[in-house]
Design a protein around this ligand. Structure first.
Ligand SMILES: Nc1ncnc2c1ncn2[C@@H]1O[C@H](COP(=O)(O)OP(=O)(O)OP(=O)(O)O)[C@@H](O)[C@H]1O
Length: 321
């Protein structure tokens, strides 16, 4: 349903004292490619700053790409303009990590949920109250919620409102940008159960951005691992997280204290910080931190290649297997 190819996004940044230095370029995305099937949940993982949010924001055209292609059901998201773009935007929505920051504190929930329907011309104003009540029920909130303001809800309830808002326009794919990271563990589980149910009942596809590998393993069928703007490994969630092939994925996974799947699996603290995206290492970006780095890794960018059915890895070590 979504086919992303060679996505490139750069940001001009000004450095130095009082930001008066020369303008440099951050290559936030450096040739990112992946597909998402209808109803599928694809996990996007990697350390802070590797480009996960920028991937979502660029595909949604919240920020303009510098190169690449994103086809949604065959329609080119990057070439669409005007009414075509508006129609496509209805089909892809985003849920943010912090619903409090993305909900207008001075607006009642009913108005917040009516707004997207107004913008996209969905149904008539007379039908909105019924639709809103149905949406609230679908995400597990009482009908009285329409009269309340965001501060009157708990974090988990606010995230349910964020999800309901994304659903108002009947999307087919959701970008879930760390949707449960700000919530307590017990609340996280409830929101994940809700998201899973929506995936089944609405056949909703999603791109699930997360730091928590345990949550990704629970929610996603497939996973892409990103490092400094590139995808370094892709595969079925369980296989990739149980038997990671890329040294970077292995390092992320190394934090797993026991093989118990109920254990919370977070990312290992890797040796050193990721290199600056302003001045990324040559060849394989990961080579300065990689325990297996060879001369070739400094010079040659490894391509993301299929190494087993459904599994792709961008690592020169794969050629030696
Ligand atoms: N508006 C911007 N201007 C300049 N640089 C930006 C901008 N947005 C993102 N970047 C840079 O692009 C890179 C990728 O950032 P992005 O937020 O996509 O990473 P991320 O993997 O989502 O990180 P996190 O997990 O912390 O949200 C980072 O180096 C970031 O500093």
């Amino acid at each position: 349903m979504l086919a992303v190819k060679d996505l490139v996004k750069t940001f001009p940044v000004r450095g130095g004292f009082a930001l008066s230095g020369p303008v440099q370029t951050v290559k936030a995305l450096d040739g990112v490619s992946f597909d998402v099937a209808r109803g599928e949940a694809l996990g996007l993982v990697g350390e802070s700053g590797c480009g996960k949010s920028t991937t979502a924001r660029t595909i949604l055209r919240l920020t303009e790409p510098n190169g690449g292609e994103a086809l949604f059901d065959g329609a080119d998201l990057f070439k669409a303009t005007g009414a075509d773009l508006r129609r496509l935007r209805r089909r892809l929505q985003i849920v943010f990590q912090d619903p409090y920051a993305s909900l207008n504190p001075r607006r009642r929930i009913g108005d917040t949920l009516a707004e997207p329907m107004k913008v996209h011309g969905i149904a008539s104003a007379r039908e909105w109250p019924d639709r809103i009540r149905a949406l609230l029920a679908e995400v597990g909130l009482p009908p009285e919620a329409v009269h309340k303001y965001p501060h009157e809800f708990s974090g988990g309830q606010r995230q349910r409102i964020g999800i309901a808002r994304a659903l108002t326009v009947g999307p087919e794919l959701l970008f879930l940008d760390e949707p449960v990271s700000a919530l307590d563990v017990s609340v996280q589980a409830q929101v994940l159960v809700l998201l899973n149910r929506l995936r089944e009942t609405r056949n909703l596809a999603s791109v699930f951005i997360s730091h928590d590998l345990g949550v990704v393993r629970y929610f996603c069928q497939r996973v892409c691992v990103m490092y400094l703007g590139r995808i370094v490994e892709e595969g079925p969630a369980e296989a990739l997280l149980d038997e990671p092939l890329h040294p970077y994925t292995q390092a992320l996974r190394a934090a797993t204290p026991t093989p118990d799947p109920k254990q919370k699996v977070t990312m290992a603290r890797l040796e050193g910080d990721p290199a600056s995206p302003l001045n990324p290492p040559s060849g394989c970006h990961f080579h300065p931190r990689c325990p297996h780095a060879m001369e070739r890794c400094k010079a040659e960018i490894p391509l993301l290649k299929q190494v087993a059915p459904g599994r792709k890895v961008a690592c020169h070590l794969m050629d030696q297997r």
